[in-house]
Design a protein around this ligand. Structure first.
Ligand code: EPU
Length: 691
């Protein structure tokens, strides 16, 4: 009934299902099919992360959105391989003939399409038979092992690719690996035993494909949206959303979340059943899985386009829960999801963990609910109260203020204020601030010299931390010709101090109006040089207050991006010069760069280049060629000197700049067919939400 489908049918256009199109586009490639009942999307995303980290340029198509902008939903690849998640739900699985088939597990699901479990098994047996290379199955899944036969390889406990969970911290899993794995341990940024198994499958598949394994490939795994997403953490409450919609998934999820509930807290489950047919078929299994919670808030069934099925309503499931577990509080408010969430809110106690579970539109309802929840806790008085609580944690030398203007702290000079602003005087104070902010569920934003930022006019809701005090500006020689540079040290000073010491390799930093911390976060670059060219180690503090030192090889750095500095603050870096030379020759190179910059870049206030250069081209050239130089919105203007700079003629607002970014982007796309992506950060927001 979708209007696009109706219109296409009326015009006799061919209409194909997703699976059919996917089979078509992967036909001539070496296909790695990830299939099974639970964890396909996560396993696919983990496999893609592994391959990318191992520099193995396979193409891929994800079945979900990564939680990080760094991982696009699909990539074409260059080596003939393509990794894709294959969905069994509508029978299109019959169209695929993979080279490698990975089955994460196999449970009966999709009773709307498969009349019996045997039908579903036959679909998988067919896929295994059409696989020309290797079938890889979960060692603990008897059903898929039987279907795949003795030829198949296994992953997991006691499998050919042996993998087990050795340790789980709040953010990371450590796996012990054996059997055919060429490495003995791996780190995975994820939680839950089921993710340890997904990661084992992903690593085993990478190895089968010929990628070189190492233990850190999944250390920066970004996660997939709607999979154990933490929507809120702090102030005595944790809210998590998850896509689980089959009893086995809910069982695994709630089992793992149980371990995260603090003493005295409860596990409160809000469940939106997905499809009437599934609810009717698996009602008692759902009730059994939901009983792992301390209370269940049942939403109406999300139909996914299905007409109601007898015995498949939320009220039927409610009755089943009461029957199975009479003591379990089950709250159901047919037709009133907002009322249901209001009731949940009234019941909340310190230490509770709320799990919002389902594959329908529960995620959108959850977000609206959280907005209300946050709105209540972020009125003026409570910002004052939070600022007071932060002040109580630190020494008098640390400056904390309310409604601090950010325009004057950025090079573009636009935008509003930080609700709370802090300049910590020491590492102890910084850690104390971060821990308190974590406890208050206060969002933390880091401010360097403000040279790569557009601040929106409404300012930033949260705590802005800037390392501007002298304690952060150190420059110290270290053994072996290295130097230690504090995060607050201005690049101009770093460049000057290095020149005086005759250190070669820092000259490109001349004229970049930032500090070391910001340059690390953005992997700043100019004149062919990059910040991480000269970095050996970075010391950082994570937003929960833990200090860590990472070697460059352990970090994920690319063009204007460093993954480890999302959710962390750089404290400084150990840097190694390219060579040692005469002070005068270093100074001469700096003069050459200064000269070039002064001739090609504007002097007026700006945020540096606005857009990233697209591969093989220059954003400035494209903007120039589109005739946009001099284009204005209010006092924001595309520089006539360099097209990729927006300058502030004096009275520009954040909104002017955002509107000009939007206009330039649209005009360049229309004229040149290239979609430019902003390089500057939109402070406290995401560009994709405003563009
Ligand atoms: N060009 C035009 N018209 C313009 C601007 C540039 O035709 O209005 C042409 C130039 O003639 C040149 C080419 O585009 O042929 C590239 O221009 P440029 O050498 O100025 O370099 P860029 O790619 O525009 C990059 C960095 C700058 C860095 C310079 C110098 C990006 C997005 N920009 O600019 O970085 O200073 O190289 O090395 O990577 C910043 O990131 O904020 C920044 C200023």
């Amino acid at each position: 009934t979708h209007p696009a489908v109706v219109a296409a049918r009326a015009r006799n256009l061919p209409v194909v299902r997703r699976g059919e199109l996917l089979a078509e586009v992967t036909r001539d490639r070496r296909l790695v099919a990830i299939c099974g009942s639970h964890g396909k999307t996560t396993t696919t995303a983990m496999l893609v992360t592994t391959l990318r980290a191992a520099d193995f340029p396979a193409g891929y198509i994800l079945g979900g959105l990564s939680a990080d902008d760094g991982l696009a939903p699909a990539g074409s690849g260059t080596n003939g391989w393509v990794v894709a998640e294959i969905d069994e739900s509508d029978g299109t699985i019959a169209q695929f003939s993979p080279e490698i088939t990975v089955t994460v597990n196999l449970d009966w699901d999709h009773p709307d399409h498969y009349r019996s479990l045997q039908d579903l098994e036959a679909a998988f047996a067919g896929l295994f038979a059409r696989t020309c290379g290797t079938v890889l199955v979960n060692s603990e899944c008897t059903r898929s092992r039987t279907l795949a036969g003795p030829e198949a390889l296994t992953f997991g406990g006691g499998g050919d690719y042996e993998g087990s969970l050795v340790e789980e911290t709040r953010t990371t899993l450590r796996l012990g690996l054996g059997g055919r794995f060429p490495i003995s341990t791996a780190e995975v940024r994820a939680g839950g035993a089921f993710n340890a198994l997904n990661a084992t499958a992903a690593l085993a598949t990478s190895h089968l494909m010929g990628a070189k394994l190492s233990g850190g490939l999944l250390a920066a795994y970004p996660g997939v949206l709607r999979r154990q997403g933490v929507l809120h953490e702090g102030g005595g409450l944790t809210v998590i959303e998850d896509y689980a919609h089959h009893p086995a998934e809910i069982h695994a999820l709630l089992g793992s979340l149980r371990g995260r509930v603090s003493a005295g807290g409860r596990l409160l489950v809000v469940f939106q059943p997905h499809r009437f047919s599934r609810t009717a078929r698996f009602k008692s299994d759902f009730a059994g899985a939901l009983a792992l919670g301390d209370a269940v808030y049942l939403m109406d069934v999300y139909s996914a386009g299905e007409p109601p099925v007898d015995g498949g309503s939320a009220a039927d499931l409610e009755a089943e829960c009461r029957h199975l577990q009479p003591d379990l509080p089950v709250i159901c408010r047919p037709g009133d999801p907002a009322g249901l969430l209001d009731e949940l809110q009234r019941e909340l106690r310190t230490g509770d963990l709320v799990a919002l579970v389902g594959a329908g539109d529960i995620d959108q309802q959850a977000r609206r609910w959280l907005d209300v929840l946050h709105g209540k806790s972020t009125c003026e008085e409570s910002w004052d109260a939070m600022a007071e609580k932060l002040r109580a944690q630190v020494t008098a030398a640390t400056r904390i203020s309310r409604e601090e203007s950010l325009a004057t702290k950025t090079t573009l000079r636009v935008g509003g204020a930080a609700r709370i602003y802090a300049e910590p005087a020491s590492l102890d104070d910084l850690q104390a601030l971060l821990r308190m902010a974590w406890g208050l569920a206060l969002r933390v934003h880091v401010l360097g010299r403000g040279s790569n930022l557009v601040v929106p006019d409404q300012g930033v809701d949260g705590l802005v931390i800037s390392l501007r005090q002298p304690a952060w500006e150190s420059f110290e020689p270290r053994p072996g010709g290295r130097v230690w540079a504090g995060a607050g040290l201005r690049l101009k000073n770093l460049c000057g101090l290095a020149a005086r010491a005759g250190l070669v390799g820092f000259e490109f930093l001349e004229g970049i109006p930032g500090n070391v911390g910001g340059a690390l976060r953005m992997n700043a670059g100019a004149m062919g040089g990059w910040m991480f060219d000269v970095v050996e180690e970075v010391q950082l503090v994570t937003f929960d207050g833990e200090v860590r030192t990472l070697r460059k090889e352990e970090m994920h750095v690319d063009y204007r991006h460093c993954a480890e500095l999302h959710g962390a603050i750089a404290l400084g870096a150990l840097m190694r010069p390219v060579a040692q030379s005469e002070r005068e020759s270093v100074a001469r190179q700096i003069d050459v760069y200064r000269d070039k910059r002064q001739k090609t870049q504007p002097r007026e206030p700006s945020a540096g280049c606005i857009f990233k250069n697209p591969p093989g081209d220059s954003a400035g050239r494209l903007i120039d060629a589109t005739g946009l130089k001099g284009e204005r919105v209010g006092d924001a203007e595309v520089s006539t000197v360099h097209g990729n700079f927006i300058i502030n003629r004096g009275g520009a607002s954040g909104a002017d700049v955002i509107e000009l970014v939007r206009r330039v982007r649209a005009r360049v796309e229309a004229a040149q067919g290239v979609k430019l992506e902003p390089e500057v950060l939109l402070y406290g927001q995401e560009w994709r939400d405003v563009l």
